[in-house]
Design a protein. Structure first.
Length: 242
């Protein structure tokens, strides 16, 4: 596969990357090799005390999630779940009030998450996506575009979720299963720092990576579909034009 000039680290297949090893290597478009001035500018953000401390604690948390780190040669041995990390990181940061913005379809999961976090001493402010009970027609959704056609349906309201948590002055926020797009609006309007505990994937039990892991078998149609689109575009392009 040919690589276009530009930055797309996902296309780098080098094992000892320039960004990870002192004597590493990188493709011609490697941003670590080519974008020194730009990256230096980004690095100055970490000189801001709150940002520096948050980044430091995040790295400390990362290291604490592996066992036998002093053994050489080192072999990755993870020891903590995302839930355990969430609790530990929040404690390390000294957070007390946590906000949870969750999808109504994951109300049971939100209840359990709240119960566990409260059991560890945190104050929880939770807000469901359907807060306000506003009909979908309010944002122009047509009857045929509803989940349940012919029935009353309320819209997801991520802006209100964000503003509720802003008003509560939460220390840290947690996203739990908001739909694609709704999560984006929440992140746009929320003021506090936010982490994602889980994302919405209705088919895979909220594990979207499953579609990637099985893209060579059960979800092969995703790759084939991409190729069909490429062929379709080629046929639609007049000869002699790029």
């Amino acid at each position: 596969m040919k690589h276009k000039v530009g930055t797309n680290c996902a296309q780098c297949r080098i094992s000892e990357k320039f960004c990870e090893f002192k004597q590493g290597k990188g493709p011609p478009w490697c941003p670590t090799k080519n974008e020194g001035r730009f990256l230096k500018g980004c690095l100055t953000e970490y000189d801001k005390p709150p940002v520096r401390e948050f980044a430091r604690i995040a790295s400390v948390q990362e290291g604490s999630c592996y066992a036998e780190r002093d053994v050489h040669p080192f072999v990755l041995r993870p020891t903590k779940t995302r839930l355990e990390e969430l609790i530990e990181f929040s404690r390390r940061m000294g957070y007390q009030k946590l906000g949870i913005a969750f999808c109504a379809g994951l109300a049971d999961e939100a209840f359990l998450l709240c119960r566990i976090l409260e059991g560890h001493g945190f104050e929880i402010v939770g807000t469901a996506c359907k807060v306000g009970g506003v009909p979908k027609e309010r944002i122009g959704v047509k009857e045929k575009e509803k989940v349940r056609i012919g029935q009353f349906e309320t819209m997801c309201n991520p802006i209100a979720q964000a503003k509720f948590l802003n008003r509560a002055e939460t220390d840290f926020n947690i996203l739990l299963g908001l739909c694609i797009g709704h999560d984006s609006l929440f992140l746009k309007y929320v003021r506090g720092l936010t982490t994602v505990f889980a994302v919405k994937d209705r088919v895979t039990g909220h594990n979207p990576l499953a579609a990637l892991y099985t893209s060579g078998t059960y979800y092969e149609r995703l790759l084939k579909g991409d190729r069909r689109q490429v062929l379709k575009k080629r046929k639609a392009t007049p000869k002699g034009r790029n």
